[in-house]
Structure formats: C-alpha cells, structure tokens
Design a protein around this ligand. Structure first.
Ligand code: UDP
Ligand code: MG
Length: 309
C-alpha cells in the first residue's frame, strides 16, 4: 500500500543531523495520523551518513534509502526522490532542520483544501550570514525579473506537491535543473505558506559560493534567453555608436579639426568591443555546453544501493 506522504531529504554529509531529523519528522507525521515514508537520498556523503542511513532504513520500514555512487548535487538528489516517491503528496525538505518538519502539517492542510503545489515561503531566516541573506535575496529577485516563469521569491525547495505534479516533473529529464523553477513552470493550483527558516542544527552549509553560482546559472539558463538577448542588445548598441561616429569623424577630418589623436581611443574601443565579444561568446558557450550535456543523454544519477534493489 502506498503511503499518503513521501518526504524526501537530500543528504550530503549530515551525519549529526540525521537522528534529530528522523525524530522530528516522525513526531510531526505521527501526529497527522496518516501513513508516510521518508526517503533519504545520500548524495555521496563521506562522513558516515551513508552507514547511518543504512541503519535507519533497517530499523524502520518507513525509511527508504537511495545511495548515490558519488556527489551529484542537491537538485539531482531531489530528482531521485521524485522518481522513487510513492506517496499521494510529495514533500522536499532540507536535512539540516532549517525547514522545520512541523511545517509539513501546515503544507498538508493547504493540499487538502485542493492546492496541488504548496511552497514554503521564508518569512524570516535565522543564523545566516549577511552575505548569504544578501546574495539569496538578490538571486531570487534577479531570477524573478529575467526568467519567463514566475518563480515565487524567498522560496526554496521546501514544498509539498501533489502526485499529479510529481508525475509531470518525472517526465522532465533535463540535466541542469532548478527544481523550484520546474515546479512553478508546470502550473497547477499553487499557494505559498510562510514559515520561519531556522538555523542549521549542526555542521556547515553544503552550498559554498561556487555551488550557489552554479545553481544561479542553471536557474537563468533553464528558464530564460535573457543573457543571449543582452549580447544582441550590445551588438546593436555598439554598431549604432559606430554608425553615428562615421559622419562625425569624416566631418572633423574635412574641416581639419583634430579632436582624436588616435592610439588611446582606438585601443579603448578595441578592448571594449573585444571584451563584449568574449563575454557574448562565453554566454553562448554556457548554452552550448548545456546542449552538449543533454545530447550525451547520460543518466541523471547513479545508484550504488537502494531500498528497492
Ligand atoms: N545537499 C546535497 N548535495 C549537495 C549539497 C547539499 O544533497 O551537493 C543537501 C544538504 O545535505 C541539505 C540540503 O541539500 O540537506 C541543503 O543544503 P544546505 O543546508 O547546505 O544549503 P543552505 O541551506 O546552506 O543553502
Ligand atoms: Mg541548510
């Protein structure tokens, strides 16, 4: 029999958080009086989380494990969770207890009112550096402005989705993914529920700046052509200036006024245009690289072990 709720927790070196995660989820879900499963996706942990997950899955039949062969990244771990979830409602939650498990019950309430995607909105955040807060805030707003899908701001991956939605998402096999964008893209009846995002229980963030930039690039390239259009814009802009400059320079030459003495001006113009061209090429490269990755058609993740095997 399939459970009512599937809770997916991606785990990358979270061994200290696992017992408390389990305890809090169990307590919250048992108070709902409905059936549930907890899917622990081990994203190539090296700190003993893997062994811990094996033990937990052996001790409680409601816990299912998906053990990756290496670190594939948070978004891919979520995807593996979607692929294996059996519940009527599927919840994604961080393993570090920044997303309080008790909020799942509030999300479920909205689901029972008929909403098919219930996302948790971060009304407050505790225990995070100003740099993280600032970059996150900037990121959400930038994405909101330039992507074609309206992705709710201040919203992470913490959300509940109806089975219907998850079945659609499972068909979307793109490699460079941005799950919260995908879940906005599919449509359906969506609503946000505000919550207080707590501080991380133990350990440090598994999202260093490098991974944040990668996520941002995935978000932008997956949902927008804006960067490509910027290149076009710069092209027209530079060409426009050149066209305006031609008659002016001819006029100056003919009348004998010597406003430009050559070298410095030429150098700056060449450097500027060279820079713009290289940046445009780089942007093009981002899209082409992603295209190439898709063409290879490799599996999104590799399981070394799972409860289903
Ligand atoms: N995570 C993962 N793979 C990674 C990085 C992170 O599965 O490569 C998991 C991590 O264990 C946590 C969740 O994704 O459960 C969110 O990561 P984290 O809390 O480090 O991000 P932050 O909250 O600092 O943005
Ligand atoms: Mg966290």
């Amino acid at each position: 029999m399939n459970p009512v709720y599937s809770i997916i927790a991606p785990i990358y070196n979270e061994v200290e958080n696992l017992p408390e995660l389990y305890r809090r989820i169990k307590e919250a879900m048992e108070s709902s009086g409905e059936t549930w499963e907890l899917i622990l996706v081990d994203d190539g942990s090296t700190d003993g989380s893997t062994e811990r997950i094996h033990e937990m899955a052996n001790a409680d039949a409601r816990i299912r494990k998906l053990i990756f062969a290496r670190n594939f990244g948070h978004q891919i771990a979520i995807t593996a969770g979607w692929d294996h979830a059996r519940g009527d409602a599927v919840i994604i939650i961080d393993a570090d207890l920044q997303d309080p498990p008790e909020v799942i019950l509030e999300l479920a309430k909205k689901w029972k009112e008929g909403y098919e995607v219930v996302y948790a909105v971060r009304a407050e955040r505790e225990g995070e550096s100003w740099f993280k807060l600032w970059t996150a805030s900037l990121f959400y707003r930038l994405i909101y402005r330039i992507t074609d899908v309206k992705i709710p701001v201040d919203t992470g991956d913490f959300r509940l989705m109806d089975r219907k939605v998850v079945d659609v998402l499972k068909q979307m096999r793109e490699r460079h993914r941005f799950p919260r964008g995908m879940s906005a893209w599919v449509g359906f009846k969506q609503i946000g529920v505000e919550y207080r995002r707590a501080a991380r229980l133990a350990g440090v963030t598994k999202y260093p700046f490098r991974k944040m930039v990668k996520l941002a690039l995935n978000a932008i390239t997956s949902f927008s052509y804006f960067p490509l259009q910027v290149a076009t814009f710069f092209g027209f802009f530079s060409a426009g200036i050149a066209i305006l400059a031609i008659p002016i320079v001819i006029y100056m030459r003919v009348t004998g006024s010597q406003a430009f003495f050559g070298q410095a001006t030429t150098l700056i113009a060449v450097l500027f245009l060279g820079g713009v061209q290289l940046i445009s090429l780089g942007i093009l490269g981002e899209y082409i690289g992603r295209l190439y990755d898709e063409a290879k058609g490799r599996p999104l993740y590799i399981l070394r072990d799972s409860s289903d095997a």
